[in-house]
Design a protein around this ligand. Sequence first.
Ligand SMILES: Nc1ncnc2c1ncn2[C@@H]1O[C@H](COP(=O)(O)OP(=O)(O)OP(=O)(O)O)[C@@H](O)[C@H]1O
Ligand SMILES: [Mg+2]
Length: 354
Amino acid sequence: MKRLGRAVRGLLGMLGGFSLLSGSWTASYFILKALFKRFGSPSSDYVSQLLGVLLGFMLLFCIGGIISLITYGRQNKFYSPILNAVRRISKGDFTAKVEDVKRYGRMGELVEGINEMASELSRMETMRQDFISNVSHEIQSPLTSIRGFARALRAEDLSRETREHYLDIIEGESTRLSGLSDSLLKLSVLESGSFPFEAKPYRLDRQLRNILLACEPQWMGKGIEVEAELAEMTVTGAEDLLSQVWNNLLHNSIKFTPPGGTITITARPMDTEVEVRVSDTGTGISKEDLPHIFERFYKADKARSAGAGGSGLGLSLVKKIIDLHRGKVSAQSSPGEGTVFVVALPVSLKEGSE
Ligand SMILES: Nc1ncnc2c1ncn2[C@@H]1O[C@H](COP(=O)(O)OP(=O)(O)OP(=O)(O)O)[C@@H](O)[C@H]1O
Ligand SMILES: [Mg+2]
């Protein structure tokens, strides 16, 4: 249908050109005829033919000029909204939009593309601003607390315990700051795609067991019981990156599970993937918060998470790393009862996949 329209338009254009040409030549013929009648015709046929051709061309250019002058205004009116929008976008105003896309006919797709580009850029700009305000907030709050406690430490009549307590807080907040900068750096490196991703086959069950052992002081210290069911299996992946995944999930479970709770880690092979489950009997996550927990800086219970020293970046790192491995991560939770994180990883990454 579109092709037919285009062919018809081409044919009409050609007809227009021919009529313009024959029109100017006919006009030239009649003008010269009238002039010759009035002033007498030239002696040579060649001269009268030459005059006819020259006048024909002159008329053709004049008519062409007049037509383009008339249509210039219309063309300008047609293109100026597009040009205006592009200029505004180039200056950083992403609210620019070309209205009434339908009137642009064949160029409609291009105009829609410009509108889509503007809304995508605007979304990214909002994300950038949110990101900056989140980072500043996350940096500001531990700094405020460090400053406050450092000032309080100046008082001479403090007991030894209070002093120790203040120092503990300062230490904790500095650790939180350094964890924040570490996570930010990792996220930005992973997102830039410049991370050297080296996937090798390794024993996943051994890795999980080692991480559990390394975290023993934390879960033992909190009186949490840990159960592990780890089938012997090999996966292909970036060992150090995946180690961060298990560490983040396990630390979350420890952080959000009260003393006396249980954390269970199971790893089992499926058909073409392996499934790792980290479940706990902790605080759980509400239905409203659950869809957002993998977003950067998202903390389900702001007050408690801040108290627990988190910055809300752990799970976004987990998601990023699992995505890099072409795997899936999801969470199920019932508030007050506990949470289960399920990670499915393909057993082998295809050649060249990153
Ligand atoms: N096992 C869990 N039980 C209950 N809530 C959880 C659990 N894991 C994550 N959450 C919720 O999801 C939020 C996001 O987790 P995430 O690991 O991204 O951040 P964080 O632990 O607060 O900070 P960070 O990991 O950067 O130190 C947490 O703040 C918490 O509210
Ligand atoms: Mg975390």
